[in-house]
Design a protein. Structure first.
Ligand SMILES: Cc1cc2nc3c(=O)[nH]c(=O)nc-3n(C[C@H](O)[C@H](O)[C@H](O)COP(=O)(O)OP(=O)(O)OC[C@H]3O[C@@H](n4cnc5c(N)ncnc54)[C@H](O)[C@@H]3O)c2cc1C
Length: 321
């Protein structure tokens, strides 16, 4: 690695790191550092994102259809403070196949002449660069502290395959005594997820669909074949953020990760850069690029999230979890 050969060095190959690499490559050379296991198969997952994010994906060369998008949804079924679900109108959202998004972004990055990819480089051995961005997700490897709840919410999910109508694909959400459950789908796949605290999971066993049926939310699993549920990728779903000094600017989940219920981790990640108070002069360029489509409303939302959650967290040193 020749020192100083890159304008931007990005650690991490999730959607935020790879999207940022493609945008930053319009300005100069980019080095993307992936972990050793980067090419391991990404587990199946369906994500819900605002329809406006598709414009950015199209600009980056990703067609909505190849991401698995089969419909734009303007309604969801929600049972938050009552047992029966209500139909709630919402801004347009689409359901995308997350492993395909990651694969296609990686293909675009790999093919880009201004981007170089290396794997498993040591933090201390990275070359000097105009911008050093940490996009390592919740691990936030450059952070000195990460702030997360003492009993983090964990999502477990399962997938069922078949042929599903538009109504069956719609987002459904139900509150439960120990957390919440949701469902969403595409034309040929439905995903069921249950979010509850790590401690609550320890005390709980059995297949997801059966648990939800027993919890009185049959409507959430209606039309989903009981058999043949494949387990999907879950993970920590609590709000989390990080702090630390140093030259790295943390972006995406490495800066602030939202609760899965926010359902907009990827789009909100684009406005996180300005929250890094330590961001140097060069960071402003990236901020401008990433904010080109999403105005100050999103920024205010993200800033409010960071502030309002501060009272409920414990601080852990990076790498403790
Ligand atoms: C269960 C679940 C459901 C979700 N559902 C939705 C949804 O429906 N809609 C939505 O918009 N968002 C959703 N989110 C949030 C969304 O996944 C995140 O906001 C998004 O993945 C953040 O992207 P990122 O690139 O910042 O981080 P990540 O996706 O976490 O990527 C970080 C990358 O960095 C790599 N890395 C880690 N350490 C190192 C290292 N030392 N060196 C190099 N690379 C490293 C990792 O391997 C990974 O590839 C969900 C999250 C979870 C957990």
């Amino acid at each position: 690695m020749a020192p100083g050969a890159w304008d931007t060095v990005i650690l991490g190959g999730g959607p935020v790191g790879l999207t940022t690499a493609l945008i930053a490559a319009r300005q100069g050379g980019v080095l993307v550092v992936l972990p050793r296991q980067a090419h391991a198969r990404t587990p199946l997952r369906i994500d819900c994102v605002p329809v406006s994010l598709l414009a950015l994906f199209i600009e980056l060369g990703l067609h909505p259809a190849e991401l698995g998008v089969t419909a734009v949804h303007h309604h969801r079924l929600v049972a938050w403070d009552s047992a029966a679900p209500q139909v709630v109108g919402s801004a347009g959202t689409v359901h995308i196949m997350r492993p395909i998004l990651e694969r296609r972004l990686l293909e675009q990055v790999s093919a880009h002449r201004a981007i170089t990819i290396v794997t498993d480089a040591r933090l201390g051995a990275l070359p000097a660069a105009g911008r050093f961005l940490d996009a390592t997700g919740r691990r936030a490897v450059t952070a000195e502290h990460r702030y997360l709840p003492a009993n983090p919410a964990v999502l477990r999910a399962s997938i069922v395959r078949g042929a599903f109508s538009r109504a069956q694909q719609a987002f459904r959400l139900a509150s439960l005594p120990t957390g919440y459950a949701y469902r969403l789908g595409t034309r040929d796949m439905l995903m069921l997820g249950l979010v509850q605290g790590r401690e609550q999971w320890r005390a709980s066993a059995g297949p997801l669909a059966e648990k939800l049926g027993a919890a009185g939310v049959e409507w959430l699993v209606a039309g989903m074949p009981r058999a043949a549920h494949e387990s999907s990728s879950g993970g920590v779903a609590s709000v989390q953020w990080s702090s630390g000094s140093g030259r790295a600017i943390r972006i995406g989940d490495a800066a602030v990760a939202r609760d899965a219920l926010a359902s907009q981790g990827m789009i909100a990640a684009e406005v996180i850069v300005p929250l890094n108070r330590s961001a140097g002069r060069n960071a402003g360029v990236i901020v401008k690029l990433l904010l080109f489509r999403h105005g100050t409303q999103h920024f205010r939302k993200a800033a409010a999230l960071g502030v309002s959650c501060a009272a409920n967290t414990t601080s852990r040193s990076a790498g403790e979890r």
